[in-house]
Design a protein around this ligand. Structure first.
Ligand code: FAD
Length: 384
């Protein structure tokens, strides 16, 4: 049942909200988690959990059960049809998780929910937050069914269209264009591509990510000019034919789930306003091309949960301003990185030979490959 008061209210039980709640619950903080959806989603969405995120999940006891349910991928490749332009290995990463874990987002959420339950917590559903007022003592949060809760702190982990962010009046800057359009699909294919590595195809019409998931499922993410409402098998086969391997093309055998979405690259102007704190997609959104969105959100959440637990234990609340100051530049970096990947894919024909030359040169330079591996794995975000 919804309490009248709580120390911390987490709005949103996606990967960010769940990771924040688990971190707080482990530190003995009284935390209430709400979500407007009656049930957790079952769709895959973000499919890659990187090495540094696994290290962060280790801290809250969630990495081991997740690793058990995913595919440990030793490398990431960039291709132009049949030509391998770049291969980035994760095997030498200075991490106890020297790989990228390929696993559906719904599994990541289920593992975090299990952790929360084991700590005596739960997600209250369906509760749609509709507004809040805040003062020096905290915030009063309103819900669609008329309920209200007084919370000392509110974590907005309610995704891209965050009501927490909007209610607090925090600006979500970015260009006014309609955003980048993506098609997503979970499919099965007969394919000659390795079943344990993510391949990023740089096609003239835009990048396409080919990511294997457990149980023979392949996740496709493609940037397209205009995504159809429901991409069907014919559309997806055409994408594979146009952007995937040419000599031994993938043959689609099954379409399990499809979706489309538009992404604006946006970052909240601040992650804290008084008792209101933002994390995950509520604070930053960007193209899924670099596979970083959910990773950054989980990292935000654990840092924020720990910082908030410290503040509730008596440390100064200016620590939370430091959270905002430290995390925001990381989102700026990811937005820049995702933008560069898209530009790399969509180089006009005249520039492609030079691009391919540069990528091959990068591929032959161990220090450059290592820097890229560290970057993709998120280990460049590791403090110290
Ligand atoms: C279709 C789709 C495909 C994607 N594919 C990829 C991908 O391939 N790779 C990648 O890196 N990323 C992908 N993403 C992005 C990735 O899913 C997000 O980065 C990640 O989910 C962010 O987690 P979050 O917890 O911050 O927000 P979310 O996962 O969006 O969770 C927010 C939660 O808040 C709840 N909520 C929202 N508003 C309210 C409210 N007013 N009151 C109460 N609850 C509320 C929602 O029900 C939801 O459960 C995809 C996203 C979508 C939608």
């Amino acid at each position: 049942m919804m309490p009248q008061r709580t120390d911390v209210l987490v709005v949103g039980a996606g990967p960010t909200g769940l990771a924040a709640a688990v971190t707080l619950a482990r530190r003995g903080v009284e935390v209430t988690v709400v979500d407007r959806a009656a049930r957790p989603p079952v769709t895959s969405r973000a499919a890659v959990v990187h090495a540094y995120t696994l290290e962060v999940l280790d801290r809250i006891g969630a990495a081991a059960p997740l690793v058990d349910r995913g595919i440990a991928s030793p490398r990431f490749t960039v291709r132009d049809r049949d030509r391998m332009l770049l291969s980035v290995g994760f095997g030498d990463l200075p991490s106890r998780h020297p790989y990228a874990l390929l696993v559906s987002q719904s599994v990541t959420e289920a593992v975090l929910t299990d952790r929360l339950t084991a700590l005596g917590g739960q997600v209250l559903r369906p509760y749609e937050m509709t507004g809040l007022d805040h003062d020096a003592a905290g915030a009063v949060v309103r819900f669609a069914d008329g309920a209200t809760v007084r919370a000392r702190w509110v974590i907005g982990a309610d995704g891209m269209r965050s009501t927490v962010r909007e209610s607090a009046g925090i600006r979500f800057g970015g260009p006014d264009d309609p955003g980048e359009s993506f098609v997503l699909a979970d499919v099965r294919t007969r394919s000659a591509l390795p079943r344990d590595e993510v391949s990023l195809f740089l096609a003239r019409s835009g990048p396409m990510v080919w990511a294997p998931l457990p149980d023979g499922v392949v996740r496709l993410v493609a940037s397209v000019a205009e995504a159809p409402r429901e991409p069907d098998a014919g559309y997806l086969q055409a994408l594979l034919d146009e952007r995937g391997p040419a000599r031994r093309p993938d043959r689609l055998t099954d379409v399990l789930w499809t979706s489309r979405f538009r992404i604006h690259h946006r970052i909240a102007e601040r992650y804290r306003l008084g008792p209101v704190l933002l994390a995950g997609d509520a604070a930053h959104v960007h193209s899924p091309a670099g596979g970083q969105g959910m990773n950054l959100g989980i990292q935000d959440a654990v840092v924020l949960g720990d910082t908030l637990a410290d503040v509730l234990a008596g440390r100064p609340d200016t620590l939370l301003d430091e959270y905002s100051a430290a995390r925001r530049p990381l989102a700026e970096e990811v937005v820049g990185f995702a933008g560069r990947l898209t530009r790399l894919a969509t180089v006009p024909p005249a520039g492609r030979p030079l691009r391919d030359l540069l990528l091959r040169a990068l591929s032959r330079t161990p220090s450059a490959r290592r820097r890229l591996a560290l970057r993709l794995s998120g280990l460049t975000n590791r403090p110290g």
